[in-house]
Design a protein around this ligand. Structure first.
Ligand SMILES: [Mn+2]
Length: 428
């Protein structure tokens, strides 16, 4: 165990009377509204969200990165930190690796290390937005959409290697985000660049193993600051549809213009059968990669409102993959990931207590205010006891951040993980 189990038990014992009392009160409140609290707890308990391996390292911006003492220096140490998040929160049993940041020679040993920590692997993320040491061709002017077929071939090969590694790790999905685009009007032929993307992706798609999916992640801008090849959900949908059923769209909440109605994009992709998954984070201005729910928890709730709606309607093939994709620049990443997981669970719990029959009636009868009130009421319910109960029942901590702070985990790591020079700061 990474955190002393006794410490968790001790803290839980102290907090249990208050939690049980709040839980009972909330249960009675929900019952009056026709909602069985135990069912909501079960649903929250069943929900899991993946952690990206890079999420446990200190993030950075294009200006700087301020590494935290004791941060993990390789994938093995990153997995340890992911296991702490899982031990305390019990909702993050899978990690999403990134290649080549998580490259190891012995992939089997990596899989065993993860299994020993109680972790599995989620979607593999490829990286053709940076040049790696010793690489034949540069991605400065693009990767899968590059004008030079040799560069495209290199980028395709990298993605195929990611699939091969993923197979050995037990993963079943590849996430492709490319930074390809242009910084100047006229720099890139829009149609030809998209054609080249599809040509490259077809080669990757053709090699997807049985049962695998490929997630296409769009992003409005950055690092390309004038035009990005896969900039929006429409382009992403067109590509996913062109490629075939194994290709689906991935929605990173921060990859849109600030005023974009993301929950409506989610609803559209559900309707079109192409919602592959999410990268959760929050933002104020752009792709800020702030902690989920830190800026606009209502927006996360509205996304979950669409997801639960799809579930209630039993939309065919609806099974999105969930991941946190954040850059922790000023916090201990373990604390941020614990809090963000809880923010997602809270949004889920609130979406689960929405009175959907009443909402349908309000929508059918054009009761605009009535519909809005139903959503607002759900977000005003303090569902914290549900989230805490779900964690406790699953063997986690009622108050995981406090337990983590009471532990000596990071302090110990400062000694055992002396800082190394370099390291990545990128985040997508
Ligand atoms: Mn992302």
């Amino acid at each position: 165990m990474l955190i002393d189990q006794e410490l968790i038990t001790e803290q839980n014992t102290e907090l249990e009377p208050e939690l049980f009392s709040d839980f009972e009160h909330l249960g009675a409140y929900l019952e009056r509204r026709g909602v069985a609290i135990d069912g909501v707890v079960q649903r929250v308990r069943a929900f899991t969200v993946a952690i990206p391996t890079w999420g446990v390292s200190t993030g950075g911006t294009r200006f700087s990165r301020f590494p935290m003492p004791g941060e993990p220096r390789n994938i093995f140490e990153r997995l340890e930190d992911c296991a702490v998040v899982q031990q305390l929160g019990r909702a993050t049993p899978r990690v999403s690796p990134h290649m080549p940041w998580d490259h190891v020679d012995d992939i089997h040993a990596l899989r065993l290390h993860a299994e020993a920590l109680g972790l599995g692997f989620d979607a593999v993320n490829s990286n053709t937005f940076q040049d790696q040491l010793g690489q034949d061709h540069s991605y400065k002017y693009g990767s899968l959409t590059h004008t030079d077929p040799a560069v495209r071939a290199q980028a395709i090969t990298h993605n195929l290697e990611c699939i091969a590694i993923g197979e050995q790790l037990g993963s079943t999905a590849l996430t492709v985000w490319i930074a390809d685009g242009a910084n100047f009007p006229g720099q890139q032929h829009f149609a030809l660049a998209l054609d080249r993307y599809l040509g490259s992706m077809r080669e990757i798609y053709a090699q997807l193993p049985e049962g695998w999916k490929v997630f296409l992640e769009h992003k409005l801008y950055e690092p390309a600051l004038y035009a990005t090849v896969i900039a929006d959900w429409g382009t992403s949908y067109f590509c996913a549809e062109s490629l075939g059923p194994k290709a689906q769209c991935l929605v990173d909440l921060g990859h849109h213009a600030p005023t974009t109605n993301v929950e409506m994009i989610v609803a559209r992709l559900i309707q079109l059968g192409k919602l592959g998954g999410f990268h959760f984070n929050d933002s104020k201005y752009g792709d800020d990669d702030l902690d989920t729910g830190a800026i606009d928890p209502f927006r996360i709730f509205l996304v979950f409102n669409e997801l639960i709606d799809a579930e209630v309607r039993q939309v065919d093939g609806f099974a999105p993959a969930y991941m946190l994709d954040q850059s922790h620049n000023v916090t201990d990443p373990i604390e941020s990931l614990i809090e963000s997981t809880a923010a997602v669970q809270r949004a889920l719990a609130q979406a689960l207590v929405v009175n959907r029959e009443a909402l349908a009636v309000a929508q059918e009868t054009n009761d605009a205010l009535g519909a809005a009130r139903l959503l607002r009421e759900a977000t005003q319910i303090n569902v914290e006891p549900i989230v805490q109960r779900a964690r406790l029942d699953a063997g986690g901590a009622i108050d995981p951040v406090t337990v983590y702070r009471a532990s000596t985990y990071r302090k110990d790591k400062v000694t055992t993980r002396p800082a190394e020079r370099g390291g990545h700061s990128g985040i997508v």
